[in-house]
Design a protein around this ligand. Sequence first.
Ligand SMILES: Nc1nc2c(c(=O)[nH]1)N[C@H]1C(S)=C(S)[C@@H](COP(=O)(O)OP(=O)(O)OC[C@H]3O[C@@H](n4cnc5c(=O)[nH]c(N)nc54)[C@H](O)[C@@H]3O)O[C@H]1N2
Ligand SMILES: Nc1nc2c(c(=O)[nH]1)N[C@H]1C(S)=C(S)[C@@H](COP(=O)(O)OP(=O)(O)OC[C@H]3O[C@@H](n4cnc5c(=O)[nH]c(N)nc54)[C@H](O)[C@@H]3O)O[C@H]1N2
Ligand SMILES: [Mo]
Length: 800
Amino acid sequence: MTNHWIDLKNTDLALIIGGNPAENHPMSFKWLTKAREERGARIIHVDPRFTRTSAKADIYAKLRSGTDIAFIGGIINYLLQNELYNKEYVLNYTNAATLVNPGYKFEDGLFSGYNAEKRKYKQETWDFQKDPDGKVLKDPTLKNPLCVLNIMKKHYERYDIDTVCRVTGTPKEVYRQVLEEVAKTAAKDKSMTIMYAMGTTQHTVGSQNVRSYAILQLLLGNIGIPGGGINAMRGESNVQGSTDFGLLFHIIPGYINTPKTTPDYVNLAAYLNKEVPKTSFWANKDKFFISYLKAMWGDAATPENEFAYHYLPKYDAARNYSHIALFEAMAKGDIKGLMAWGQNPVVAGPNANNEAKAMENLDWLCVVELWETETAAFWKRPGADPRNIKTEVFLLPACASYEKQGSISNSGRWIQWRWKGVDPVGEARADLDIIYQLGKRLKELYKDSTRPEDAPIRDLTWDYGQGEECDIEMVAREISGYTVADKKPVKNFTKLAADGSTACGCWVMSGMIDETGKNLAQRRDNKDDSPVGNYLNWAYAWPVNRRILYNRASADLTGKPWSQEKADIWWDPLAVDKATGAVGKWVGYDVPDFKVTCGPNAVDGVFDGKKPFIMRPDGLGGLFAAMNDGPLPEHYEPWDTPLEVNPFSGQKLNPVVKVWRPDEQGTPDKFPIVATTYRVSEHWQAGAMTRNIPWLAELFPEMYVEIGEDLAREKGIKNGDEVIVASARGEIKCYAMVTKRFQAFEIDGKTVHQVGLPWHFGFQGYATGEIANKLTPHIGDGNSMIPEYKAFLVNIRRAG
Ligand SMILES: Nc1nc2c(c(=O)[nH]1)N[C@H]1C(S)=C(S)[C@@H](COP(=O)(O)OP(=O)(O)OC[C@H]3O[C@@H](n4cnc5c(=O)[nH]c(N)nc54)[C@H](O)[C@@H]3O)O[C@H]1N2
Ligand SMILES: Nc1nc2c(c(=O)[nH]1)N[C@H]1C(S)=C(S)[C@@H](COP(=O)(O)OP(=O)(O)OC[C@H]3O[C@@H](n4cnc5c(=O)[nH]c(N)nc54)[C@H](O)[C@@H]3O)O[C@H]1N2
Ligand SMILES: [Mo]
């Protein structure tokens, strides 16, 4: 989230798209309800299915799964054509006026630089024009056809109401209401929040879906202000924390790129040259990176050995190490061992039949869990013959959250400490202790090794107390950072250095332990006198306790709030900065996302007082910004699509997605029905956490497919009938639940039905049912590789 949960109370309009927060993020509704009661806020819900969120919305706009870019592209077009965007904000705070390379082109669904064989773009023509000093060129009059705003105008011209609704299936009169409501929030005293989750991301165009929201919010001037922003409602309770800590393969902690095997990463100097920009706050990345290396390898990281840069694993950029790629590698027999640590891919992974089958190639599998999940039991799953599966399976019992302490980070980036409630049962241990012991044993094995490849383990700092259990406070101090000489905590990441004198495990979290050693994540002071509700003394938010990102943009060019209604920080020319004695300071209800003493008319180092987006090279919000699949979001159809042609262009599928299994594509002749998967309140994820709890199992005991009344009638299916749902990947048997929540779409002149399946069921636990993911494809987004769980094709027939 750029903003945070409580901040939802400050909104005038919530555009909820690709999420069902009333059921999956219920606390958000507490604050939306407040916004509604106290300021008359409105709610729009955009979803293929009428959910409990829709029931609470002022406008429910249905759309066919996989068409969000068309939906948002139409809003962008409406704002641009009718000049309804926030002009002052757009002209000054975004790259609208910047001139694009004359070589840039967009033709029939393809941007310039496409290589069809590699399914990849060369992005050089998506660059900006620059003067000889390297500064980008602009046309503040917005007349030049190559300026970003005009390129966007042209690009989205095709997204007229008729074409959009022909693709999305949204009724036109409803869509017009959406356009009007959204446009109202371009006013200086209004804000709209966009709340999204997996209905947005789990698509071959998932990342560009999010980009389209960012563009919309920048056009409306809704980024950086209370009640605004782009708010990813995150999933697992600590999924925010795990990405902050570098869970993904392409980043190390703090969103810093992992080195690659290519020549431009050959040594530390090359890495820094490639990764550290000269402008923007990222100019400090060398300090974060080297402090991270010091935290990892301590005294063994020296200037002479490039701070142990070569101990970091480097990844082959031609390959991919995300979920789908790993299971494809298992299927080929390239991966021999798997640690499934608090995850259950046999139920949660796409194309689940194939993923379970791929696991049969493993020599060993280690599952660290609360339960014996479907993954732990994959060798005895229905249809498998244990005699032919040679995988050795270990199941290590783990503590549940109540049985251990530690921090978890919520979607609003608040790092909150939780204390142990009860002692663990049986042999269960905290995950931290399990990995601590594993690390200790590995270090013991390698302690006398002189092989260079063992040095990263031999030299790893792993001193977290003397006991069996890992001293978690010591881990927290290492994460937050300290000066190497005296081990004293650093104030925050602004005190980190690139010369090896500081160590810091994760720069974004730096400052969580303050200079006196106090753990700020443990703060529980719920007093807040400000109108916005930032609660600065409750827990710790990254970065440096800031609650609204890019809050410099909540003030105008002169440093005054755009409106008192939406004030977060502002420039006070008379305030004195205690630390430096300087007169003039950013003050307000939040921690300024700016150098506090750099005024609106000043330039100070990488800061320019009129440019709020300090993490961007030009300090401006990126309306036009390169991603793998283009600098502007464009509508492409899902891998399985009911359409013969894409009404927007000759490109049906996102041109950069990797096709793993070309013969497993669903086509409308065999599979005419669009399907999606979703969650229910009563179950959690792959279901181990809820199908093993008797009362929850009883509340929601069976697997079903939700079908609209029209389709049920057409197929002769009644509520409660047993049916077979089939896709190009597999078939499952379950019950039919006939509801009014799915209604047919009129798409490009034909009727298209959509159905939905919960994905919580499996063959273990009290409540069992078939795995929805047997139906989903092994294909992912062009940037993130997140699987396309939300839009695929099926057919349905009565069982027997
Ligand atoms: N009770 C409960 N709460 C949970 C979870 C749980 O399992 N149970 N899981 C947690 C986790 S890990 C996560 S990631 C979040 C997920 O939170 P959500 O994203 O809210 O979860 P889903 O129910 O999977 O999907 C949300 C909605 O997306 C809609 N949708 C499908 N396709 C599209 C599309 O193409 N466009 C749009 N606009 N909408 C579409 C679906 O109809 C569905 O209503 O929930 C978290 N909260
Ligand atoms: N079709 C379809 N598939 C989906 C999705 C979808 O929307 N549709 N959503 C996707 C999403 S967003 C997600 S996040 C994934 C989730 O996929 P998974 O992460 O595989 O699913 P979970 O059931 O959340 O698995 C977490 C496991 O951790 C265990 N656990 C709980 N607490 C602890 C602990 O403290 N320590 C350890 N070691 N284990 C613990 C639980 O018992 C549980 O089995 O599924 C994805 N799969
Ligand atoms: Mo998730």
